[in-house]
Design a protein around this ligand. Structure first.
Ligand SMILES: Nc1nc2c(c(=O)[nH]1)N[C@H]1C(S)=C(S)[C@@H](COP(=O)(O)O)O[C@H]1N2
Ligand SMILES: [Mo]
Length: 505
C-alpha cells in the first residue's frame, strides 16, 4: 500500500531536492580540487614506479632533462583558478579542500541513500527488471536520432535516465571513494591486498581520474538533457518537487541557487589564494580529526618482493649546497655525526659506523609522494626504536623533530628569500616513531644512499607521505610540542607549502 502510493506520485520530496543541491555544490568543489591535485604530478601510469617514459597520459609540456637532476617539484604545473581549487601551485590547499569536501559529500550521500531506502524512493532509481535494458536502448535510439521521448515515458525518469542515475549513485560514486582511499599511504601500508585488488597505487590513481572524466561527461549530458528535454517540467520538479508547481517561482529559486554555488566557487579560490594560512587551519580543523580517527593507528604490513623494486624513482628535494655539507660529502661522510638531543637521558652523537653497528633492518616498501608519484625500493638502516632505547627518551616526549642539512632553497624553489634560508625539518609523533618499519636508512636497494636520495641518512616511516621522510639528516630532537619550531605547523612543507598536519593520506 505504502509503496504503491509513493510510486503513484511523481513528486520529489524536499530532502531529495536539498541533497541533490548539496551534492552539486560538493561535486564541483571535489572536481576543482581534484584537478589542483592532478597538477602537482600531471602524469598517469599503470605501474607503481611512476616512470614518466611509461606514462599513459602526460598532461604537461615539460620535458625531463637528461643528465641533470630534475625533481618532482620542478614538474608541478600551475593550474588556473578557473579550473583548480584554489588554483596556481597549491597542492596543500587543494588537498585540504578535497578532503573537506569529501567528508560532506559522503555524509550527504549517506543521508540521501538512507532516506532513499526508508521512504521507498529507491524503487524509482534501482531497476528491478531486466526489461530496463531494451527499454533504455529504445530511449537511447530516440535521443540519438534527435527525437524527444514523450512526457509519458518519464516515471519520473525515462529508462535510460534511470539506468544512468543508478549507475552513477551506486557504482561510479562508490568506485571513486574506493580508488581515492587506495591512494592513502596509510591504507596502502596497512592493507596491501586491497591495493593489489585495484592493480596498485598508480592504477588506482589512474582509475580515479578516469572516473572523474566519466563523472564530468555524465554531468554535461545530464545537464544538457535537463535543459533540452521538457525543461519547464524539469525545473519545477527539481526546485519545487512537482511538475505542476509555479514555473516562474521554480525558475527564480533555481537561478538564485545556482548563483549561490557559483559565488561559493569563486570565493573559495579567491579567498584561499589570499589567506592561505588561515584556510589551511580552517579546513584542517575539520579534516584533521577525521584523518586521525580513520588512519592514525594504521601500522605498515608491507612486504614487497625484490621483483617489485622500481627501476625508476623520482627525486624530490636537491642535495644541500652549503660548504659544510660539501665537505662532509668530500670525505665520504666520515666526519658526519647524527646529533640526538632534546628530552633524552643521554644526548648522543652517532657516526655512520656507529649506526651500522646496530642490527640492520631491511624492508621493501612503497614510497608515496604527496604530489602523486610512487616508487618501491629496498631500504636498510637502523631501527628508530633501538636508537631511542639507547638515548633514553623521557616520558613527557610527544614528538620527534628531524632536521636536515638542507635548506628551503633546495626543497622548494618557489619559497620566499627568507624561507629559502630555513632548514628543512619534519616532525612525527612517538607512536609513528615506534613502528617496526620506522627506520633511519643508510642504504637504498643494497647500496649506500645516493646523494639525491638523502645521503648519508634519511628517515623512513612507511604509513606516511614522502615529505615526512627527511633526507640529509643532521639531528633528531625529542620534544613535547613543536609549535615553537619554524612556523609551528610541524614541518617545513606544512609551514611553507601549507601541507596538512599528519601525512596518512
Ligand atoms: N631534506 C629534505 N628531505 C626531504 C625532502 C626535501 O626536500 N628535503 N623532500 C621530501 C619529499 S616531498 C619526498 S617525496 C621525498 C623524496 O625522496 P627521494 O628524493 O629520495 O625520492 O623526500 C622527502 N624528504
Ligand atoms: Mo613529496
Amino acid at each position: 500500500m505504502f509503496w504503491y502510493m509513493i510510486q503513484a506520485s511523481l513528486d520529489f520530496p524536499l530532502w531529495l531536492r536539498v541533497s541533490h543541491y548539496i551534492n552539486l555544490l560538493f561535486i564541483g568543489l571535489l572536481i576543482r580540487s581534484g584537478l589542483q591535485i592532478l597538477g602537482a604530478h600531471p602524469r598517469l601510469y599503470w605501474h607503481d614506479s611512476s616512470d614518466p617514459r611509461r606514462a599513459w597520459l602526460t598532461l604537461t609540456k615539460k620535458k625531463i632533462p637528461e643528465g641533470k637532476l630534475y625533481t618532482s617539484m620542478d614538474d608541478e604545473v600551475s593550474v588556473s583558478p578557473f579550473l583548480g581549487l584554489p588554483g596556481k601551485k597549491n597542492l596543500g590547499l587543494g588537498r585540504h579542500w578535497h578532503f573537506f569536501s569529501i567528508i560532506f559529500w559522503v555524509l550527504n550521500g549517506l543521508v540521501y541513500v538512507t532516506l532513499l531506502f526508508v521512504t521507498g524512493e529507491w524503487s524509482r532509481l534501482i531497476p528491478t527488471s531486466w526489461s530496463i535494458v531494451p527499454a533504455a536502448w529504445h530511449t537511447f535510439v530516440t535521443y540519438i536520432t534527435l527525437h524527444i521521448p514523450p512526457a509519458s515515458e518519464f516515471r519520473p525518469y525515462d529508462p535510460l535516465q534511470q539506468l544512468a542515475y543508478a549507475a552513477v549513485v551506486f557504482l561510479l560514486g562508490p568506485f571513486m571513494l574506493a580508488t581515492g582511499a587506495a591512494m592513502s599511504p596509510a591504507i596502502e601500508a596497512r592493507f596491501p591486498w586491497y591495493l593489489k585488488l585495484l592493480g596498485g597505487k598508480q592504477s588506482a590513481r589512474s582509475l580515479h581520474y578516469l572516473s572523474l572524466i566519466l563523472f564530468t561527461v555524465f554531468i554535461f549530458v545530464h545537464t544538457a538533457l535537463v535543459l533540452i528535454v521538457h525543461f519547464q517540467s524539469n525545473v519545477r520538479a527539481i526546485v519545487l518537487g512537482s511538475e505542476t508547481s509555479d514555473l516562474g517561482l521554480a525558475f527564480t529559486i533555481g537561478v538564485i541557487a545556482l548563483l549561490v554555488v557559483a559565488i561559493i566557487y569563486i570565493w573559495s579560490s579567491w579567498y584561499t589564494l589570499r589567506r592561505r594560512s588561515l584556510m589551511q587551519h580552517a579546513l584542517g580543523a575539520i579534516v584533521d580529526p577525521v584523518r586521525r580517527f580513520l588512519l592514525h593507528k594504521a601500522v605498515s604490513k608491507q612486504r614487497y618482493g625484490s621483483d617489485d623494486i622500481s627501476t625508476y624513482f623520482w627525486v624530490n628535494g636537491r642535495p644541500p649546497q652549503e660548504d659544510e655539507f660539501k665537505a662532509l660529502v668530500a670525505n665520504d661522510f666520515s666526519d658526519w655525526r647524527l646529533q640526538i638531543g632534546g628530552l633524552v637521558e643521554h644526548p648522543l652523537q652517532f657516526s655512520l659506523a656507529d649506526l651500522r653497528a646496530f642490527p640492520k633492518h631491511t624492508q621493501i616498501t612503497k614510497h608515496n609522494c604527496i604530489q602523486g608519484w610512487s616508487g618501491i625500493a629496498e631500504w636498510s638502516g637502523v631501527s628508530l626504536s633501538e636508537l631511542m632505547e639507547v638515548c633514553g627518551v623521557r616520558p613527557e616526549v610527544k614528538y620527534l623533530v628531524f632536521t636536515s642539512y638542507q635548506r628551503g632553497a633546495q626543497s622548494y624553489p618557489e619559497a620566499t628569500d627568507e624561507e629559502k634560508q630555513r632548514y628543512f625539518y619534519e616532525t612525527i609523533d612517538m607512536q609513528q616513531a615506534r613502528h617496526h618499519q620506522t627506520i633511519l636508512a643508510y642504504e637504498m636497494n643494497g647500496i649506500p644512499l645516493l646523494l639525491e636520495h638523502g645521503a648519508p641518512l634519511r628517515l623512513r616511516v612507511e604509513t606516511l607521505l614522502g615529505y615526512k621522510m627527511v633526507k640529509y639528516l643532521h639531528s633528531i630532537d625529542f620534544v613535547e610540542d613543536y609549535s615553537h619550531i619554524g612556523a609551528g605547523q610541524g614541518g617545513f612543507r606544512e609551514d611553507v607549502q601549507f601541507y596538512g598536519r599528519g601525512a596518512e593520506v
